[in-house]
Design a protein around this ligand. Structure first.
Ligand code: COA
Length: 175
C-alpha cells in the first residue's frame, strides 16, 4: 500500500537526457532494481523522520505504473524522482511521489532536471496533468515547483504526522 510521507514510518520507464548545469553534466536514467539501497540512503538523507522506508520505496518502484529516474553527476548518484501514473484511459494523471537531491549536489539544477524528465515521461504516458504534495514550510521545493509552473490547488491539513500542512500543487502538461 502506498502511504504518504510522515504517515507511520513513505518498472520504470523513461528517456535518457543530459542537461548541462554550467560546469557539470547531470545524466538522467531510469531507476533499476539495483539502485534500491542507494535510493533508501538518499531518502534518509533528505527526509530523516519522514523518509519512506525501504519496503515502501521497493513497493513504489515495483508498482506497474511507476515512472522513476535517477540523476548522476560524474557517476555519483545526485538525486532521484518517483512518480505514478494514476487514473484511467483518457483521464490520466501523473503523481510525483518523491523527489530527492543529495545535499552535496543541491543548487546545481538536479531537481529541475529530474522534474523535467519525469514530466516528459508522464506526458508520453498520456498524463495531461501532474500533481504533488509538499510541506508548506519546504521553501526550496516550493520555489522549485513554482519555477516549473506548478500552482497551489489545495491545502491538506495535518497531512504529515508532525501536524504540518501540505500544499497540493498541480501543473497541466503539454500534449
Ligand atoms: C527541493 C530539492 C529537490 C531541490 O533540488 P535542487 O537540485 O537543489 O534544485 P535546483 O538546483 O534544480 O533548483 C531549481 C530551482 O529551485 C529553487 N530552489 C532550489 N533550492 C532552493 C533553495 N535552497 N532556496 C531557494 N530556492 C531554491 C530555485 O528557484 C532554483 O532555481 P535557481 O537555482 O535558478 O534559483 C532539494 O532541495 C531536496 O532534495 N530537498 C530535500 C527533499 C525535498 O524536500 N524534496 C521535495 C519534497 S516535496
Amino acid at each position: 500500500m502506498l502511504v504518504k510521507k510522515g504517515q507511520s514510518s513513505k518498472g520504470s520507464l523513461g528517456v535518457e537526457t543530459n542537461a548541462s548545469n554550467g560546469c557539470r553534466k547531470v545524466a538522467i536514467r531510469p531507476v533499476t532494481a539495483n539502485d534500491l539501497q542507494n535510493l533508501v540512503d538518499l531518502e534518509r538523507e533528505c527526509f530523516t523522520a519522514e523518509a519512506y522506508t525501504k519496503g515502501q520505496i521497493r513497493d513504489l518502484l515495483e508498482h506497474p505504473n511507476a515512472v522513476a529516474f535517477l540523476a548522476e553527476i560524474d557517476a555519483d548518484i545526485a538525486g532521484f524522482v518517483i512518480s505514478l501514473v494514476e487514473g484511467f484511459e483518457g483521464s490520466k494523471l501523473g503523481h510525483i511521489v518523491t523527489i530527492d537531491v543529495a545535499v552535496k549536489h543541491r543548487r546545481k539544477g538536479v531537481g529541475l532536471t529530474l522534474l523535467k524528465a519525469v514530466e516528459d515521461a508522464l506526458s508520453q504516458s498520456e498524463a495531461r496533468t501532474v500533481y504533488l504534495e509538499v510541506r508548506e514550510d519546504n521553501i526550496s521545493a516550493l520555489r522549485l515547483y513554482r519555477k516549473q509552473g506548478y500552482v497551489k490547488t489545495e491545502i491538506l491539513e495535518n497531512y504529515y504526522s508532525s501536524g504540518i500542512r501540505a500544499l497540493r500543487m498541480m501543473k497541466q502538461l503539454k500534449s
